[in-house]
Design a protein around this ligand. Structure first.
Ligand SMILES: [Fe+2]
Length: 327
């Protein structure tokens, strides 16, 4: 038995209600069950509290002065940083249309006023269990991303590569108008695309160029190995094609599957463009760093040869131009 007892902190619940009597009653009911409770009177205060310290669950009234419970719910569910916090709408109406509005806003559950103590406890317990589960998945994600950085750290010449890739790939996804899930996948792809190099020995990894045919065979396994490591995590579903296909070429000369134009999914094509740019701009033991203009020329030539997606190369440089003008 461990001498140091590690205790999980009690879940924090945020209660949003403009009626101080109801807020106090809910706070009392939940505190009695050992939860930490914070009460606020409107959506504005709720947003400030979520920014200060994200709660594990939100119970919110629908009708409040200022922003409604629906709008608060919709805004939090639209934000990738807060969308996994379970949100319960408390409504005085058992009307179907009100519920539909809540579902459209992304609410995870509903409670009717007056709130019954037993029902409140049961709903809260089941939603917190779900939150714990999603937190564990999130933790598994970040463990893998950290592993990606450890792999990067084995090659001193690629320092910062993953972070730059994650930022640029997500920016390009946003520039192309992709949905938030795809943008998040591109960000994770920046960290995870080369995770499979964990199985490539140091002497091959650090050699960089002039690999023997046998060494190339080992190197070329990394997209498949990386995909295999990440496959059990459902949350990485959109990242898997990025990991597997980031070395495919439009003319079919890439690996591991020799896919051609039209067969390579969009997300790996995006990551590839960003990856090639970063590699060209960085000095390695066997090459110097190219200037921005020379990198652009080289990438356009690669696109003409059928190695990169020419349209995405154009979009990438258009995005960098825009960013420079904004800065
Ligand atoms: Fe790679």
């Amino acid at each position: 038995m461990s001498l140091v007892e590690t205790r999980k902190p009690m879940p924090r619940i945020l209660v949003v209600d403009d009626n101080p009597g109801i807020a106090a009653l809910m706070s009392q009911l939940l505190s009695m069950r050992g939860y930490e409770v914070v009460t606020v009177a409107d959506a504005h205060e709720a947003e400030a509290e979520v920014r200060r310290q994200p709660p594990d669950l939100i119970l919110s009234d629908v009708r409040m002065p200022g922003k409604s419970g629906y709008d608060l719910c919709r805004d939090l569910k639209d934000d990738p940083a807060t969308r996994l916090i379970p949100f319960v709408l408390i409504t005085g109406l058992s009307d179907g249309t009100e519920r539909l509005r809540g579902i459209e806003a992304g609410a995870d559950d509903f409670l009717n006023k007056p709130v019954l103590a037993e029902e409140l406890a049961a709903r809260v317990k089941s939603l917190l269990r779900m939150k714990e589960f999603t937190d564990e998945l999130e933790t598994a994600d970040s463990v893998l991303c950290t592993l990606g950085l450890i792999v990067e750290g084995r090659d001193p010449y690629t320092e910062g590569h993953c972070e730059r890739l994650a930022v640029h790939a997500a920016d390009l996804g946003r520039h192309l108008g992709l949905d938030e899930d795809s943008v998040l996948a591109l960000r994770r792809g920046g960290y995870l695309h080369d995770l499979g190099k964990i199985a490539v020995p140091d002497e091959i990894l650090k050699k960089g160029s002039n690999l023997t045919p046998e060494e190339w065979k080992v190197m070329k396994l990394h997209p498949v190995t990386g995909e295999m490591i990440c496959r059990p995590l459902k949350s990485l579903r959109l990242v898997l094609p990025i990991i597997r296909h980031h070395h495919e070429h439009m003319d079919g000369s890439g690996y591991p599957d020799g896919l051609r134009t039209g067969e390579i999914p969009l997300l790996p094509r995006i990551l590839q463009v960003v990856d090639v740019y970063d590699a060209l701009r960085t000095a390695r033991p066997y090459k110097t760093a190219l200037s921005h203009d020379l990198s652009a020329q080289t990438m356009r030539a690669k696109a003409r040869q059928g190695l990169l997606d020419g349209e995405l190369v154009n979009q990438f440089f258009a995005m960098l131009r825009e960013k420079r003008n904004v800065a």
